[in-house]
Design a binder for this molecule. Structure first.
Ligand SMILES: Nc1ncnc2c1ncn2[C@@H]1O[C@H](COP(=O)(O)OP(=O)(O)O)[C@@H](O)[C@H]1O
Ligand SMILES: CC(=O)N[C@@H](CCC(=O)OP(=O)(O)O)C(=O)O
Length: 260
């Protein structure tokens, strides 16, 4: 018997910061009939709040350098304000959402990110997804809403790229379901030219990806996003798409599909 489909949708910080776009996206998301999981970022809001508090935001290769003060700010912004706001909005659209960090029910276990020559501070890389507990929620028609905060089981919270969380949750759930992963952001897809918002590259495989990186066409936050897309495909996720909010409504043919 074929496995049931679960839709994993990741929403980025630029859409979250636009109240109208966020409401419209969440309404469409709540209408997805299959079991679904939402993962949200909020990097833009965290940058605003950090700056207002006199902390200088620093990103390297699309990831935030997270010192002790910053991990407190991002926990307040991601696991507090944004996670609860999104959950409440989903409830208003009739979607029984439950907002979670990776520490809740040990859903997402991570370790401090160690990369040669770069100290990212309290940034996390994911080790394990508690797919059994997530499945209990799905079986009870509860929609998990994950923010970008994980933990290390020693009491340390870790700031974790939300694209990575989406991809790891999709991989983890692939044991039990056929998983489809959708990255929703403010553009229509991966663009050939960042100045031409309609120049969507509709299909990218691993070879094309390497060419696009070498040519500098894929940069900044798109680097970890694409890396996560291919990681997901290699580890059992069935479909990966990148596009704007119309992706969840199935109302557009213009988006990027990834393949190995
Ligand atoms: N070729 C490209 N196509 C689209 N976006 C790109 C490309 N290269 C770099 N980017 C940048 O990547 C950003 C998306 O990454 P990020 O900000 O991390 O997304 P999200 O909003 O999902 O968190 C885009 O806003 C854009 O500025
Ligand atoms: C370690 C790291 O980079 N964490 C990210 C988590 C939030 C995120 O990914 O938000 P977007 O999806 O809106 O970019 C950050 O703090 O920016």
């Amino acid at each position: 018997m074929s496995k049931q489909i679960v839709q994993i949708v990741k929403i980025g910080g630029n859409v979250i910061n636009n109240e109208e776009a966020l409401n419209s996206f969440l309404k469409d998301f709540s209408e997805i009939s299959e079991p679904k999981i939402l993962v949200h970022g909020g990097g833009r809001k965290a940058t605003e709040v950090s700056s207002a508090m006199g902390l200088e935001p620093k990103m390297i290769n699309g990831r935030r350098v997270t010192d002790e003060a910053t991990v407190e700010v991002v926990t307040m912004v991601y696991a507090g304000l944004l996670n609860k706001k999104i959950t409440a909005k989903l409830q208003s659209f009739g979607c029984n959402a439950m907002g979670l960090s990776g520490a809740d029910a040990n859903c997402i276990l991570a370790h401090k990110r160690i990369v040669k020559d770069i100290d990212y501070g309290f940034a996390g890389d994911v080790d394990a997804i508690n797919s059994e507990i997530i499945d209990v929620l799905l079986q009870n028609k509860v929609t998990p809403v994950f923010c970008a905060i994980t933990h290390d089981k020693n009491g340390q919270l870790l700031n974790t790229n939300a694209d990575t969380i989406a991809s790891e949750v999709a991989i983890g759930m692939s044991k039990l379901y056929t998983t489809e992963l959708n990255f929703v952001f403010e553009l229509k897809g991966v663009l050939e030219s960042i100045d031409d918002k309609d120049s969507v590259i509709t299909a990218i495989n691993s070879e094309k990806y390497e060419q696009l990186v070498a040519a500098g066409i894929i940069a900044d936050g798109m680097l970890p996003k694409m890396h996560n897309c291919f990681n997901a495909l290699q580890k059992g996720v069935s479909k990966v798409k990148i596009g704007d909010a119309s992706l969840v409504k199935n109302s557009t043919k213009l988006y990027t599909t990834l393949s190995l």
